[in-house]
Design a protein around this ligand. Structure first.
Ligand code: SF4
Ligand code: MG
Length: 340
């Protein structure tokens, strides 16, 4: 059976002052109906570029590979055809709803407009749909609030409006790019709950882009960890959190605040920053920041600096791109030098 969304060997390259920035280099994943794929990485990892490529919103980029929505190839679709699918079959929400909502129109007008464009509905029917959608996303008194302007809503309520607008035409795929990053923790949890509820009710496929593994832990079924435009690790959320195998994933996990940390151990952020995408390293892109590589014996480290690791299956459905994947339960100790 065709998955809802299938991305195969996706490459996205930008020309920048005569040079080429390889933002995404060979990514593969699927999103099934009724499931959430979390795509995690730091800024510059290629996660947002991947989502924009799926939506066909990257005009200056060279995109190669295959992106299919219910079996239909999107990369070769004319802009006009893609525009028909956007909103109708796939919709996107962003970190900052204010940048997507027009300040001079009421939220009702904006939700209704999206609906009218795709379904050629009358104004009255579209207005009713807007009220219904505001109710569905948990906006109190939707009959009145439908006539309010975006600035009259709080940040969390605005994100709900954004979700109402995205879902008004009943798309099968929702792409959420850092949907809760600008919100405080309580509101963040409410919005994630809302996305999870609507997903279950509608059987939506969700692609959730975030830098925060904590967000992924709450809602994702599958996870793709990206680093420097490539896949670092891919697994079910359960397997990824129980048995992270890539040192970068381990680093992201170690930098999460933990509820069970009684000893107030300081959070360990991963030192260093992501590499330039203009000059890809010959070896593993994570090597300069990888304590596992720096503490390994020289001949082992040679592997990391000279050969780029490809995705390889570790266990069932668990892929990792690392020459020295961590084994279950193993901790990375930056001060320890293994005697191999
Ligand atoms: Fe670290 Fe080497 Fe694995 Fe890259 S391949 S993550 S440098 S151990
Ligand atoms: Mg981004």
């Amino acid at each position: 059976d065709e998955p809802l969304l299938r991305v195969r060997d996706l490459h996205v390259t930008f020309p920048v002052s005569g040079r080429r920035v390889r933002a995404v280099t060979g990514i593969d994943f699927t999103v099934e109906a009724g499931r959430t794929l979390g795509i995690v990485g730091e800024s510059g990892s290629g996660k947002s570029v991947t989502s924009l490529a799926v939506m066909g919103l990257h005009r200056t980029a060279e995109v190669s590979g295959s992106i299919t929505l219910s079996g239909r190839e999107l990369t070769t679709l004319p802009d006009r055809e893609l525009a028909k699918l956007r909103g109708r079959r796939m919709a996107m929400i962003f970190q900052d709803p204010l940048s997507s909502l027009h300040p001079y129109y009421t939220v009702g007008e904006q939700i209704a407009e999206a609906y009218r464009v795709h379904f050629k509905a009358s104004r009255r029917v579209a207005h009713r749909r807007a009220v219904e959608m505001l109710g569905e996303v948990g906006i109190p008194r939707p009959n009145q609030r439908v006539s309010d302007y975006p600035h009259q809503f709080s940040g969390g309520m605005r994100q709900r409006v954004m979700i109402a607008m995205a879902l008004a035409c009943e798309p099968e795929l929702l792409i959420a790019d850092e949907p809760t990053t600008a919100l405080d923790v309580t509101v963040q949890a409410q919005i994630l709950e809302l996305i999870a509820r609507i997903q279950a009710e509608r059987g939506l496929g969700v692609m959730l882009i975030t830098h925060d593994l904590g967000v992924v832990a709450r809602v994702a079924h599958e996870v793709l960890v990206m680093y420097a435009g490539r896949g670092a690790e891919q697994a079910s959320a359960d397997a990824l959190f129980a048995e992270p195998a890539h040192p970068y994933t381990r680093g992201l996990l170690d930098s999460l605040p933990r509820l069970d940390d009684a000893d107030d151990a300081p959070l360990r952020a991963i030192p260093g920053s992501p590499p330039s995408l203009l000059e890809p390293a010959a070896g593993c892109a994570f090597e300069p920041r990888c304590s596992r590589a720096t503490t390994a014996a020289p001949r082992i480290r040679e592997l990391c600096t000279s050969g780029r690791p490809d995705f390889a299956p570790l266990r069932d459905g668990h892929l990792v791109a690392c020459h020295l994947p961590l084994v279950t339960g193993e901790r990375v100790d930056p001060g320890h030098r293994p005697d191999n």
